[in-house]
Ligand binder design. Structure first.
Ligand SMILES: [Zn+2]
Ligand SMILES: [Zn+2]
Ligand SMILES: [Zn+2]
Length: 462
């Protein structure tokens, strides 16, 4: 069979995209989103990693054409699926399998109640990503998200699955913990049950840790463990190897031969000898190596983290099915420092979800002069503490302070921001950092202006 994909209707009249090979769905212009309702991946002898790549290229989370659509695999692929199983909706021997057809209808029944995001617009924001995961879970009838321990997930728990496929970055993993917390604070999810207390890396909150015994002096784990011998007669205590004498035991101190354990000598303990620095000691020191961020810590530095299972509340199901959650969550994350790309994406999000008469006002200014990156981040840190009620970002020598404002309060806020700017100018001057603030201006979204255009204005340097 020589095709990489074809479309065929199933007995219920749903169009199934039958895939045999790697299809970068969003780049194939011949297939449109409305051409198919579900995906069936055939077994053509693909490896596990190829299969994983196939699923990514037709993602039900990120894919634009495949967003939230049911995905099935050939039954013969089942043994090769491993941790990818949560990413598929089932297995079937043929694309017109009866059970598969029924399952597709079930998913569409649920999808009928879910408003989709325009995902081409809002893909960069982490919170949107998590909200997409929630929508996916709800459309599959998964109302609880447990946190069972699973090797594939760096946090040690599934946290709404999918971590593997989407290879969450270190940064996002900790965001996920915060996201669960946010869902709870908004009343969208509640804790069901305490599952486990785990210990995670203090640097990246990963839980894939190696525990190693190490030398307390030089931290090497190249250690030799051996018993110590105690010679009763002269009270010498030293490692067994120091007694070795032509296949017998002889005391290194008094040179007497040792014959009977319990009469001449005993072995009171084991000692370690470091093969790097020759230090001899009774107790090793544990070190913990994090496989995610490659940093080493002490067991006492690890952070205890309680793992709970969560369940969506009725209110949560409603909010997450509509786009109300988007509004609530974007409100929640609106403050503090964000990287420039997520700053822009929050503003974009705001333009979709904001109430009427509300706009966003950005105070933009430039840091001019001799400043290194460290100096800038230090300055940004200060700003964050000082103006914690603003949204703050930084991009190629420009600082952005943003706030949401009602149209009627726009002028007042402008005045306030102007004063803030003057105050900052004085502070920078006083500190004598070899830099000054220049080129201050205000940016706001004017009515009727296309959001893309506004974003362009923000990102463009003057
Ligand atoms: Zn050592
Ligand atoms: Zn002796
Ligand atoms: Zn780590």
């Amino acid at each position: 069979m020589n095709y990489s994909y074809r479309i065929k209707a199933n007995p219920k009249g749903r169009n199934i995209l039958i895939v045999r090979g790697l299809v970068q769905l969003d780049n194939v212009s011949d297939i449109k989103a409305e051409d198919f309702d579900a995906i069936y991946i055939e077994d053509y002898g693909q490896s596990h990693s190829e299969l994983s790549f196939q699923l990514q290229s037709m993602s039900s989370i990120h894919g634009m054409k495949s967003h939230l659509k049911p995905r099935f695999l050939a039954a013969t692929l089942k043994p090769h699926v491993h941790q990818l199983k949560p990413l598929v909706d089932g297995f079937a021997t043929t694309p017109d399998d009866e059970k598969m057809s029924e399952r597709i209808e079930e998913i569409y029944d649920k999808l009928a109640y879910i408003d989709l995001f325009d995902i081409s617009e809002v893909r960069t924001n982490n919170y949107v990503y998590f909200l997409k995961l929630c929508k996916h879970a709800i459309s599959r009838g998964l109302y609880t998200f447990t946190t069972s321990l699973e090797a594939a997930y760096a946090q040690g728990h599934t946290a709404l699955f999918l971590a593997k496929q989407d290879s969450l970055t270190t940064n996002m993993r900790s965001e996920f913990v915060r996201f669960n917390q946010t869902l709870r604070e908004l009343g969208y999810a509640e804790r069901k049950k305490f599952e486990e207390r785990i210990h995670v890396c203090p640097h990246c909150k990963g839980s894939h840790l190696f525990y190693m015994e190490a030398c307390p002096k030089c931290d090497s784990s190249l250690l030799k463990e051996e018993p110590v011998l105690h010679h009763f007669r002269c009270a010498n205590i030293s490692p067994e190897s120091s007694y070795a004498y032509d296949g017998e035991l002889r005391c290194p101190k008094c040179h007497q031969m040792l014959r009977h354990i319990g009469v001449d000598y005993d072995r009171p303990a084991n000692v370690y000898t470091c093969q790097e620095c020759s230090h001899t000691f009774l107790h090793t020191r544990m070190k913990v190596y994090c496989t995610s961020c490659q940093k080493t810590s002490r067991p006492s530095d690890l952070l205890a983290q309680d793992i709970y299972s969560y369940e969506f509340t009725t209110e949560g199901l409603q909010a997450l099915s509509s786009n109300d959650a988007l509004l609530a969550v974007s409100k929640d994350v609106w403050a503090g420092y964000s990287r420039f790309d997520s700053f822009l994406s929050q503003i974009r999000l705001f333009s979709y979800s904001h109430e009427k008469n509300e706009s966003v006002l950005i105070n933009r200014f430039k840091l001019e002069g001799n400043v290194n990156r460290e100096g800038i981040m230090h300055f940004v840190d200060d700003l964050q503490r000082k103006y914690h009620y603003h949204n703050l970002s930084y991009n190629s020598h420009y600082i952005f302070l943003a706030a949401k404002v009602q149209h009627s309060r726009m002028e007042t806020l402008k005045k306030q921001m102007e004063e803030e700017y003057l105050e900052l100018q004085r502070i920078v001057e006083l500190r004598n950092l070899g830099t000054k603030l220049v080129d201050q201006d205000f940016l706001y979204h004017t009515e009727g202006e296309k959001i893309d255009n506004f974003i362009k204005r923000i990102s463009k340097s003057q």
